[in-house]
Ligand binder design. Structure first.
Ligand code: ADP
Length: 860
C-alpha cells in the first residue's frame, strides 16, 4: 500500500494527498502533521516506514467538504485520490490480496472550487493566470463556478492594479519568470506558449478561429493557455464551464491600485472582513449572483460615459417605481443561483438538485421576462437584457416533467425522477413497492407461523433482508425443516432467512437496480441538455444578476435618500451635501447624525488643502468624495443631494504612514513608494486623495515632503486632489499655487471643551486643537495641563524663530513677508535668552507669557 501511496504522493507534488480508504480520506507523513494542526484533529500513526512509525490522520468522506474548506482557507491545496475500482474488481483482477487501484481524480485549490458548501454565495471566486510576452503582461481570469472568463493586457507597471481589481483567490504564473507576482503558483512555462494557448481556446469552444471572440495578442493567448492548462491539470482532464473570453481594455475601467482599494475599503474593511466595507454599506441585492456582480462593479467602475449612463438609467427607472421594484425583488429572492448550479453541472459535479435549480431559476427568469415585457418605458439596458431571460422553454418543460419538486443532492438512492415521466420506471417502482408491502405482510405471516410476537423482518447493508428473533426463541427456527435458514447469531438475537423473503428481496433488489439505472440515464440526458444550452443559461444568469444589482441599488438609494449623479466629461467634481455611506451608517446605528459636506473641485480650483483638528472629519471627507466618484462610475446613485462628476480615469487614495499597520517594509517607506506611484501616474483626469502624507517621518522631513508633493500634484499632475494635513505651514502654498484653495473642518472650544462640528469650511485652520483632542480622548487632566505649559514655551520659541516654516522665507515667494517680521522679535529674544525655563513654575510661566505678550503688543 505504501508503494501505491508514495507514487500518488509524488504525483500530487506539494498538494496534501487525501488518500481514500473505505469511508475515510487518510493523510500520512508531513501531510498528516500539517492537516492535523490546521484541522485540529488527532494525529495517530500506522505501521512503519523505514523503521519509524508513519504519522497519520483522517477525515470521514461524508464530511470531507468542511475539512477541505478549512484547509483551502489556510492556503493548502489538496489532491483527492479515490478508489477507482471496487474491492470485488480488485480481487477479480489480482486475487484476494490485490490492492484496490487508486488515482488522483481532482486537485482542490482555492481557485478551482465549485462546491456550494465551499463557495461564498456573495463573492466571486476568481482563478487567474499571468505571464509576460515581450514586455507586455497578460492576465487570463475566470470564475469557474459561473464560467466567466476575462482577458486583459497591460504594461508590467500596471499589473499590480489589474490584479488588484480581480482579487483572485488563486494565481498561477510560468515558473522561472523573475517578475512573477510573489503570491503566484509556478506552473510549467510550456503551458504558457501562445500557439498552444490558441489551440486550447479553440478546442474549448469548438471553433476553428477565434475571430468571433475578438483580437487576441500573443500575450493574451499565452495567458489563456496557461489558465486552461492549469484547469485541465486540476480537473485531471475534465474542464469546467468556460464561456467565450471577454477582452477587457485597460482603459475600460477606473484604475485603482492595491493601496487605493485597501484604503477605500471597497470590498474588505481595514479589519479584514466584509463588515465595514463599502460593498456592505451598498449591497441590497437579494441574490448571491447579484451581490457578486455588485462587488465586481464596485471593484471595476467604468470609464465610458454611455455605459455608465445606461446603468444609471435602469437604476433610476427602478428607483421611480417602488411597486415594480418590490415585485421584482420578491421573485428574484426566491430564485436559485442558476450560474453556480450550471458551473457544477459542466464541471461534472452536478446533482439532481442542481438540475432542479436550473428548472426553478430559468422559469423565474421567464416570469420576470413576461412581467417586464408589457412595460413600454423600458430603459435601453433592460431592453438588451430581456431576450436573455426567456428562450429556455423546452429545457424547463423537460426538467419540470422529469424531476420531483425538490430533487436531492445525492443521486445514489434514486427517487429524483418524477412519477409519470417514464412508464417503465414507474412499473419498476411499483414492483419494488409491491415487494416491500409483501415483505411487511411476510412479517405478520411468520409471526403467526412461529408464534413469536417479537419476530421482526429487518434490513441492513451487509445481510440485506433477514428475520430476527430473540435468542431464547430461536430453537424452533433452527430445526432443519422449519423453513428458515440460519444466517447470524448475535448477543441477544438470532437472524434467519426464508425462501419467500429471499424472493421478495431479490425482486426489490432487481427492480431497484433497474430503476436506478433508468433514473441515471434520464439524469445524464438532462445534464447533456443543460450543457448544450450552457451559454444561453449563463446569459440568463448574468441578466438576472444585472437586474438584481440595479434593483438593489435603487432600493439603497431610496433607503438613504441618494441622488443620481450627473456624469460629465469636464474634469470637475461638484458635490452638494455629500456623505460617507459607511460612516453615516455607523453613526446612524448609534443614533448620531452625519454632517453632510460640499466639495467643488474645478479646473481653476482643483486642489483643496483640508486642515483642522484630528478627529475633525478630514479623512471621512476625503474618502466620501472618492467613494462618490467610484459609486457614480459603477452606475450607482450616490449619497449626496446633488453630484456632478467629471469622469475620472484613475483614482488614488493614500493615508499617511502612521495610520497604516506595518506591512513588512517600514511604513514610511511604503508611504513614499505609494506617493511616488501617484506622482508618476496621475493624469489631468485623475482624482487623488492624500491624507496626512509626510507624517510618517520627522516634522521637518514630513513638512518638506508634503510641501513638495502638493506643488508637484498641483503643477505637474494637475489632477483633482484633496489633501488633508495638520501642517499649518502648508497654508502658505495658497499664495504660489493658483488652483489651490484652503479649507478646514470646523471646531469650537465651548466652556473649555472642544466641539468637533465635522463641517468643512473655507479658509485655513486657525489652530490644531491637539490638546483639546487629547482631553476629549481622556488623557488625564494633569498631563494635559503639563502639555499646555510645554506648548506655550514651544510657541514662544516659535514666535522667536519664525516657526517651523521660517526657512521657507528663503523661498523667493515668501521672502518679503518674512522680512517684515524680522525686527519685531528682537527685544523679546533678549528677554527670552536670559530665562532659566526649568526654574519657572507653570504659574510663573503663565505670568511671564502675559508679560511677554503685552510687550510684543506694545512693540507691534
Ligand atoms: P480626521 O481625519 O480629521 O482625524 P476622521 O475623518 O477620521 O477625522 O473622523 C473622525 C470621526 O469623526 C469619525 O470616525 C466619525 O465618527 C466622525 N465624523 C467624521 N466626519 C463626520 C461627519 N461629516 N459627520 C459626523 N461625524 C463625522
Amino acid at each position: 500500500m505504501m508503494t501505491q501511496y508514495l507514487a500518488l504522493k509524488a504525483e500530487a507534488g506539494d498538494c496534501l494527498l487525501f488518500y481514500r480508504m473505505g469511508d475515510f480520506f487518510e493523510l500520512f507523513f508531513e501531510d498528516a502533521k500539517l492537516a492535523a494542526q490546521v484541522l485540529d484533529i488527532a494525529l495517530t500513526s500506522r505501521g512503519e516506514h523505514l523503521g519509524v512509525p508513519i504519522p497519520m490522520c483522517g477525515v470521514p468522506v461524508h464530511s470531507a467538504e468542511g475539512y477541505l474548506a478549512r484547509l483551502i482557507k489556510a492556503g493548502c491545496r489538496v489532491a483527492i485520490a479515490e478508489q477507482v475500482e471496487t474491492p470485488e474488481e480488485a480481487k477479480k483482477r489480482g486475487g484476494s490480496k490485490a490492492l484496490v487501484a487508486r488515482d488522483i481524480v481532482r486537485f482542490v485549490t482555492a481557485g478551482t472550487l465549485t462546491e456550494e458548501a465551499l463557495l461564498e454565495p456573495r463573492r466571486a471566486n476568481v482563478l487567474a493566470a499571468v505571464c509576460e510576452v515581450r514586455g507586455t503582461c497578460a492576465i487570463a481570469a475566470c470564475d469557474i463556478s459561473t464560467g466567466r472568463m476575462e482577458l486583459e493586457e497591460c504594461p508590467p507597471e500596471r499589473l499590480g492594479a489589474a490584479l488588484a481589481r480581480l482579487g483572485a483567490s488563486e494565481l498561477v504564473a510560468p515558473e522561472g519568470w523573475d517578475d512573477a507576482p510573489a503570491e503566484a503558483f509556478p506552473r510549467p512555462s510550456r503551458d504558457f506558449a501562445s500557439e498552444a494557448g490558441e489551440a486550447r481556446l479553440k478546442a474549448v469552444h469548438g471553433v476553428a478561429t477565434l475571430d468571433g471572440f475578438g483580437q487576441f495578442s500573443r500575450a493574451l493567448l499565452a495567458a489563456a493557455g496557461g489558465l486552461i492548462a492549469y484547469l485541465d491539470h486540476a480537473g485531471r482532464g475534465k474542464l469546467p464551464l468556460l464561456l467565450p473570453p471577454v477582452i477587457v481594455g485597460a482603459s475600460a475601467h477606473l484604475a485603482m491600485d492595491e493601496a487605493t482599494r485597501a484604503s477605500l475599503e471597497i470590498l474588505v474593511s481595514s479589519q479584514g472582513g466584509r463588515k465595514g466595507s463599502l460593498v456592505e454599506a451598498v449591497d441590497r441585492c437579494v441574490t448571491g449572483a447579484g451581490a457578486r456582480q455588485l462587488a465586481e462593479d464596485l471593484a471595476a467602475p467604468l470609464t465610458d460615459r454611455a455605459a455608465i449612463e445606461e446603468r444609471l438609467a435602469l437604476v433610476a427607472w427602478l428607483h421611480g417605481d417602488a411597486l415594480l421594484r418590490g415585485d421584482l425583488r420578491a421573485v428574484l429572492r426566491a430564485a436559485p443561483d442558476v450560474g453556480r448550479a450550471l458551473g457544477r453541472i459542466v464541471a461534472g459535479r452536478g446533482s439532481p438538485r442542481d438540475l432542479g435549480q436550473l428548472r426553478d431559476g430559468l422559469s423565474e427568469a421567464r416570469r420576470i421576462h413576461d412581467h417586464l415585457l408589457h412595460r413600454a418605458d423600458r430603459p435601453a439596458l433592460l431592453d438588451r437584457l430581456l431576450p436573455s431571460l426567456s428562450g429556455h422553454g423546452a429545457l424547463v418543460d423537460h426538467l419540470t416533467r422529469a424531476l420531483v419538486p425538490s430533487p436531492p443532492t445525492e443521486r445514489g438512492q434514486g427517487g429524483y425522477i418524477a412519477e409519470g415521466y417514464d412508464a417503465a420506471l414507474d412499473e419498476l417502482r411499483r414492483i419494488s413497492g409491491d415487494a416491500r408491502r409483501a415483505i411487511a405482510a411476510l412479517e405478520a405471516k411468520y409471526r403467526d407461523q412461529t408464534g413469536i410476537a417479537a419476530l421482526k423482518v429487518r434490513h441492513n447493508g451487509v445481510l440485506g433482508y433477514f428475520i430476527e428473533v430473540p435468542a431464547g426463541r430461536a430453537d424452533a427456527l433452527m430445526m432443519p425443516d422449519s423453513g428458515f435458514t440460519h444466517r447470524q447469531t448475535m448477543a441477544g438475537a438470532v437472524r434467519f432467512n426464508a425462501l419467500a423473503l429471499h424472493e421478495e428481496a431479490s425482486r426489490i433488489a432487481e427492480a431497484g437496480g433497474h430503476a436506478l439505472a433508468a433514473e441515471e440515464a434520464h439524469f445524464e440526458e438532462m445534464i447533456a441538455l443543460a450543457i448544450a444550452a450552457r451559454q444561453s443559461i449563463a446569459a440568463t444568469a448574468a441578466a438576472l444578476a444585472r437586474i438584481d444589482v440595479a434593483a438593489g441599488l435603487a432600493e439603497r438609494a431610496a433607503e438613504g435618500g441618494w441622488c443620481p449623479p450627473q456624469v460629465v466629461d469636464e474634469p470637475c467634481l461638484a458635490i452638494t451635501g455629500g456623505r460617507h455611506p459607511v460612516v453615516e451608517a455607523a453613526l446612524a446605528a448609534k443614533g448620531e447624525r452625519f454632517v453632510a459636506n460640499d466639495c467643488t473641485l474645478l479646473p481653476d480650483d482643483r486642489l483643496w488643502l483640508v486642515g483642522g483638528p484630528n478627529m475633525g472629519g478630514k479623512s471621512t471627507f476625503l474618502r466620501q468624495n472618492a467613494l462618490i466618484v467610484l459609486l457614480a462610475q459603477a452606475g450607482s446613485f450616490v449619497p449626496a443631494e446633488a453630484a456632478r462628476v467629471g469622469l475620472v480615469d484613475r483614482l488614488f487614495s493614500r493615508v499617511g504612514a502612521s495610520d497604516n499597520l506595518a506591512r513588512g517594509r517600514s511604513t514610511f517607506m511604503v508611504e513614499m513608494v505609494e506617493t511616488a506611484a501617484i506622482l508618476a501616474q496621475a493624469s489631468e483626469r485623475s482624482f487623488v486623495i492624500l491624507d496626512e502624507v509626510g507624517r510618517g517621518t520627522s516634522t521637518y522631513d514630513g513638512l518638506a515632503l508634503a510641501w513638495a508633493v502638493v506643488e508637484a500634484v498641483h503643477g505637474v499632475n494637475r489632477c483633482r486632489c484633496l489633501f488633508a494635513t495638520h501642517y499649518h505651514e502648508l497654508a502658505r502654498l495658497a499664495d504660489s499655487c493658483e488652483a489651490l484653495s484652503l479649507h478646514h473642518v470646523r471646531a469650537r472650544e465651548w466652556k473649555g471643551d472642544l466641539v468637533l462640528l465635522h463641517e468643512v469650511a473655507e479658509g485655513p485652520a486657525d489652530r490644531s486643537y491637539g490638546l483639546a483632542v487629547a482631553k476629549l480622548a481622556g488623557v488625564p487632566a494633569p498631563v494635559v495641563a503639563r502639555a499646555k505649559a510645554v506648548l506655550e514655551r514651544l510657541e514662544k520659541g516659535r514666535a522667536e524663530t519664525g516657526g517651523l516654516a521660517a526657512g521657507l522665507g528663503d523661498l523667493p515667494l515668501f521672502a518679503a513677508a518674512a522680512e517684515a517680521r524680522a525686527d519685531l522679535v528682537d527685544t523679546l529674544r533678549e528677554r527670552l535668552k536670559g530665562l532659566d525655563v526649568d526654574a519657572l513654575s507653570p504659574r510663573e510661566a503663565l505670568d511671564l507669557l502675559y508679560d511677554l505678550k503685552r510687550e510684543a503688543g506694545a512693540e507691534g
